[in-house]
Design a protein around this ligand. Structure first.
Ligand SMILES: Cc1ncc(COP(=O)(O)O)c(C=O)c1O
Length: 361
């Protein structure tokens, strides 16, 4: 079989990981955004409450879950007018990102536009479908032949927030070439210095959901990465088309996870508490990095500090690894990331404190 996917980026970190692990105080792994805090009790209880499930769950999700999605988007992000019918649970959002081009029927000759610096799975998804990924510079309109445009504000890896006017222009540009817009909003509930806005808001979409999908994840906001819990919503015709294929393909969220998601979406207190944990870690790491001579760009929201020592990204990864800190080189996200590293806020308070000490030297 000819190789059609890139090497898994994190494999190339193995030597630096070994060096960081050898630090006498143990590694502080800030290279991946995996949550470390406990799953809130109310969510664990909801999961366990439906353990006796001999039958198949529905691909569309329970009406309760879809109603809870609509409620949470309204309360948390000011999104109104959504019909629960147009909500579809996903097995985490990564699978949807990876398979969306395929599920939409894209193939050879079709272009999938992704940000210049982007979550690697957008490119992977285009390649799985046999489509062509094209990286767009800021504000660059998608070329003719683009069938899908990925937006991601707040961004992984840069933490950049695009304002409503900028996103609205991106939506207009995509519509001009007849492309679907998929807005990956998994960091929407983690604002620090700017207020992110959903593509589902009228100031972004001009009051119509045509051609739009918003992709959401419960992994970060509810510490549910282990449950695989996400959803997609937006244009009713697109959601119906996705549902149709996903039914055929068996892409079904387990029923206990559907119950856990419902409980998580109905409760905002644990989301606020989790946000404050990340805020506290950011308030330790950000000044520590700056004192150690780093510049931190963007990073107004989300789980990453997009940091540079104005040198090659791998040199910075090596410098940090010597101090027992593991970070991801910016090149994992695109060629223009070659002078940055991505430092995640997803470590325990204790590990984050150790990282700050080591940065202080
Ligand atoms: C931008 C972005 N999208 C999607 C995902 C996937 O999240 P999950 O599959 O856990 O929902 C991630 C995970 O880090 C991400 O950073």
């Amino acid at each position: 079989m000819t190789k059609r996917l890139p090497d898994f980026p994190w494999d190339s970190l193995a030597d630096h990981a070994a060096k960081a692990r050898a630090h006498p105080g143990g590694v502080v792994d800030l290279s991946i955004g995996t949550p470390v805090d406990e799953v809130p009790d109310l969510i664990q209880r909801a999961l366990a409450s439906v353990a006796d499930q001999p039958g198949y769950p529905t691909t569309h999700g329970t009406p309760e879950l879809r109603g809870s999605v609509v409620g949470a988007l309204a309360r948390r992000h000011g999104v109104t007018g959504l019909d629960p019918e147009d909500v579809l649970p996903t097995i985490g959002s990564k699978e949807l990102v990876a398979w969306l081009p395929t599920l939409l029927g894209l193939g050879p000759g079709d272009v999938v536009a992704i940000p210049a610096l982007a979550y690697p799975t957008y490119e992977v998804g285009a390649k799985l479908a046999g489509a062509t990924p094209v990286r767009l510079a800021d504000g660059e309109p998608p070329p003719e032949g683009t069938r899908l445009v990925w937006l991601n504000s707040p961004s992984n890896p840069t933490g950049r927030v695009q304002d409503a006017a900028t996103l609205a222009q991106a939506v207009r540009d995509a519509r001009d070439v007849g492309a679907v817009v998929a807005s990956d909003e998994c960091y929407l509930a983690l604002p620090w210095e700017a207020e992110p806005v959903s593509v589902l808001r009228p100031e972004v979409n001009g009051g119509a959901l045509d051609g739009l999908l918003a992709v959401h994840s419960l992994s970060k906001t509810s510490s549910l990465a282990g449950y695989r819990a996400g959803f997609v919503t937006g244009d009713p015709a697109l959601v119906a088309a996705l549902l149709e294929v996903r039914k055929h393909a068996g892409m079904i969220v387990p029923r206990p996870v559907q119950a856990a998601m419902t409980a998580a979406l109905d409760d905002d207190a644990h989301v606020a508490a989790q946000r404050e944990r990340y805020r506290a870690r950011r308030e330790v790491l950000l000044p520590a990095l700056k004192s150690a001579g780093f510049s931190v760009d963007h990073s107004e929201a989300g789980l990453y500090l997009w940091s540079t020592r104005d040198e090659d990204a791998w040199d910075t990864v090596g410098w940090l690894a010597e101090r027992g800190i593991l970070a991801a080189p910016g090149t994992f996200y695109g060629p223009t990331g070659d002078r940055h590293v991505r430092i995640a806020l997803t470590a325990t308070d204790e590990r984050v404190a150790r990282a700050a000490e080591r940065l202080a030297g």
